[in-house]
Design a protein around this ligand. Structure first.
Ligand SMILES: *Cc1c(COP(=O)(O)O)cnc(C)c1O
Length: 365
């Protein structure tokens, strides 16, 4: 052995491929609709709070993100002592995996689940167990069937990315009730702000009333602060205590913290973005369906569009066609969806251009 060797599992991980960053064709306006970013950017108040911190960049941040935990607590009615903030919810997911998984353990995620889950699982030497979905939706019975004595974590994005589907709260409760008590259920609520369904809940009640469920959330989506890397989790006291022991002492930067406080307090900005998303999600689903393409019903800020496999009409060809027009969607080959594209809901202009583009694509001989 004449060089260092990564831990077991590390080299089995397929590197994460982020949404394409478009290279503008000369004269083309480019719309990046590949990473579920908000077309509105952050609240102007968040931007002002961020700039205010510029005079204090030499100072270490307050290490427990206290002001932000308190702001989240006010917004959601939660005890700030049971919140942890992180550099994106990605950091939180990795901290959870690091706290609870080791070699020989198993963690379950669903067929078209978020790709950070297998990475966090395998990075800790554990086995990534993937269970089938029904109609691109998590299937509680399939999940429960996959549980073994080695299962330690169940990862569930609700709503899920990249499918846009969700589990009603009844089903989430049935999942929790069916999982052994030593299995940690991680409810990833990154897209919860976009959902308006009576039977949906983030899972706060479940976290508050059980010892083995956490909910993670992010400022990257509706709050438009993806560049600042800021996310959080709400969990039982014993989990918060364990995760805090391995969390870096200054894991959240002051600019991120202060911008997030202002963002969560600007409820008007959030409402505006939610209403826009809902209106255009309905419109896009209807218009794209009229073109003969199947759209998975979504409750999030993106839609999943399925393409035929006939030559000239495939998702790869549609992707190339739209990209030429400056419309950059997300191909999903590494999510097990090679015949679909995911489109983030954009401005009215972008949404109309995509439908025009798809109409021309479908009509082309
Ligand atoms: C975008 C996204 C997140 C947010 O990740 P951050 O690290 O907070 O930016 C979390 N989960 C899912 C499923 C996502 O799609």
């Amino acid at each position: 052995m004449n060089r260092c060797v990564p831990n077991p599992g590390i080299l089995d991980i397929a590197p994460y491929t982020p949404g394409k960053t478009p290279v503008p064709e000369p004269g083309r306006k480019v719309f990046k609709l590949s990473a579920n970013e908000t077309p509105f950017g952050p609240s102007p108040k968040a931007l002002a709070a961020y700039k205010d911190v510029a005079d204090h960049l030499a100072d270490y941040p307050e290490g427990t993100s206290k002001v932000l935990r308190e702001a989240i607590g006010r917004a959601f009615g939660l005890d700030p002592n049971r919140i942890i903030c992180g550099a994106g919810s990605d950091e939180i997911l990795n901290l959870l995996a690091h706290t609870y998984l080791s070699q020989g353990d198993e963690a379950i995620s669903t067929a078209h689940g978020f790709l950070v889950y297998p990475i966090a699982t395998m990075a800790n030497g554990a086995k990534n167990v993937v269970v089938p979905e029904t109609d691109h939706t998590a299937n509680v019975d399939a999940i429960l069937k996959a549980v073994t004595p080695r299962t330690k974590i169940m990862w569930l994005a609700n709503p899920n990315n990249p499918t846009g589907t969700y589990l009603p709260f009844d089903e989430v409760k049935r999942l929790r009730a069916g999982l052994p008590p030593n299995v940690l259920l991680v409810l990833d609520a990154a897209y919860s702000d976009y959902v308006s369904r009576n039977d949906y809940e983030l899972g706060i009640e479940l976290v508050a009333t059980s010892e083995n469920t956490v909910m993670t959330h992010t400022f990257s989506k509706i709050h438009g602060l993806a560049a600042l890397r800021i996310g959080w989790m709400f969990g039982p006291a014993h989990i918060v205590d364990a995760v805090n022991r391995i969390r870096g002492p200054f894991n959240v930067s002051t600019p991120a913290m202060m911008a997030a406080v202002a963002a969560i307090e600007d409820t008007a900005h959030v409402q505006m973005s939610k209403a826009h998303t809902e209106q255009w999600r309905n419109w896009l689903t209807e218009e794209i369906s009229k073109l003969g393409l199947k759209v998975t019903p979504s409750v999030a800020n993106f839609v999943l569009i399925h393409f035929p496999q006939a030559k000239g009409k495939t998702s790869a060809e549609a992707d190339a066609f739209l990209t030429k027009r400056g419309l950059v969607l997300r191909a999903l080959n590494n999510y097990g969806l090679p015949h679909a594209l995911r489109m983030t809901i954009g401005t009215e202009e972008a949404n109309r251009l995509v439908v025009d583009g798809l109409r021309d694509f479908m009509a082309a001989k």
